[in-house]
Design a protein around this ligand. Structure first.
Ligand code: SAM
Ligand code: SF4
Ligand code: SF4
Length: 345
């Protein structure tokens, strides 16, 4: 199985950045807090005494809904709520209710622990779909990755709740880190083959400045594909849309699909049409770049929608980001990288 596939090219942009990429997706971090301490995201030793954003520093639901509406008018067609752990933000279904009238696809990325309580109210509020993170089925491997007193069964209970609430199709994300959980690739794929739930294996990334990332710990897409192929024959599936981050594969025996997100070894910056809003209202035009604009000040100073749209459009038009394509360049390595937990994955 070959990983090489033609990269999709941007087209039909109303608003485009300097590389011709349209603005299509907004990722909104609703909190920087989390109930897990995944070693690759919020290592316990570094987040023990961390100053999380105070409540008053977070954008309110009213502010978020307003910003989201302006993004929609600029071309955004999908909004993903994330964090930190988004289900820790109290009243989250109310935010979904406020976003629903925008008519965009509404998705959520979560560790799933609070879904047994929240899946039904989120679905009732208008959430379309959910992606859960689950880094292993074996309790020891899971514990090594998330460093908190939970079990894979707790996440699976959340997944069942999401399916029961109609929040499908559900996807499962697994970050693969060498020496920690690469032995979970086959069990996870086996668990979800034939269920309609698509598992996506994610290359461990150098986001933030606390996880002590080391390239040797990246289990590459090629390795994951070889592991999967040794068990089940696979064939590549063409990307459905521009900027799709996952390489998609179909089990030849008809048991569904599996994905690999090769952010390190096969960067997809060329099709990246995502803007990110941090929990405290900073716009980031790349997972690896500092804030390009704080929206909280203009919002709280009474900016109108036209002026806000002008600010966002000018930032997007000036966007040059393509960090993953430049990774390894020492000049790029020097810049301050935001934490994934503050920015949202
Ligand atoms: N707490 C939620 C969760 O874990 O799904 C949402 C936020 S989390 C930052 C979003 C996604 O980023 C998760 O799927 C997580 O596995 C992924 N992630 C975090 N740190 C990562 C890293 N260093 N490399 C690759 N993926 C990472
Ligand atoms: Fe929390 Fe998600 Fe980061 Fe894990 S990956 S520490 S669940 S925000
Ligand atoms: Fe997009 Fe930045 Fe990731 Fe490239 S490195 S795909 S520009 S978020």
């Amino acid at each position: 199985m070959d990983l090489d596939a033609p990269a999709p090219r941007p087209s039909g942009a109303r608003l485009a950045d300097t590389l011709g990429r349209p603005l299509r997706e907004l990722r909104v971090s609703v909190t920087d807090r989390c109930n897990l301490r995944c070693t690759y995201c919020m290592p316990r030793e570094r987040f023990q005494a961390h100053a999380f954003a105070p409540r008053a520093a977070l954008l309110t639901f009213e502010e978020l809904a307003r910003v989201a509406g302006v993004f929609r008018d600029l071309g955004v067609r999908k909004i993903r709520l994330t964090g930190g752990e988004p289900l820790l933000r109290s009243g989250l279904p109310e935010l979904v209710r406020r976003l629903r009238p925008l008519g965009v696809e509404l998705a959520l990325t979560t560790n799933g622990l609070l879904l047994p309580r929240l899946a039904a109210p989120l679905a009732a509020a208008g959430l379309d779909r959910v992606t859960l993170s689950l880094d292993g089925l074996d309790e020891a491997a899971f514990a090594r990755m998330v460093d908190a007193p939970y079990r894979p069964a707790d996440v699976l209970a959340g997944l069942d709740a999401a399916l029961a609430a109609g929040l499908g199709p559900v996807k499962v994300n697994c970050v693969v880190r060498r020496g920690m959980n690469e032995d979970q690739v086959i069990p996870l794929a086996a668990r979800f083959r034939g269920t309609g739930v698509v598992v996506r294996f994610i290359e461990y990334m150098d986001v933030g400045q606390t996880n002590g990332w080391n390239r040797r710990e990246v289990v590459t897409a090629e390795e994951v594909l070889a592991t999967l192929s040794s068990e089940w024959p696979l064939e590549a599936v063409e990307p459905e849309r521009l900027g799709e981050p996952a390489l998609r594969f179909r089990y030849r025996d008809g048991a569904g699909e599996v994905g690999i997100v090769a952010s390190v070894t096969r960067p997809f910056c060329r099709g990246c049409s995502r803007a990110r809003l941090s929990a405290v209202g900073e716009l980031h035009t790349c997972l690896f770049s500092g804030p390009s604009l704080s929206l909280k000040e203009p919002l709280r100073a009474g900016v109108d929608d036209t002026a806000l749209a002008g600010l966002l459009a000018s930032r997007w038009s000036a966007r040059t980001d393509r960090y993953s394509e430049l990774r390894g360049d020492s000049l790029v390595e020097l810049r301050a990288r935001p934490e994934m937990s503050a920015l949202g994955g």
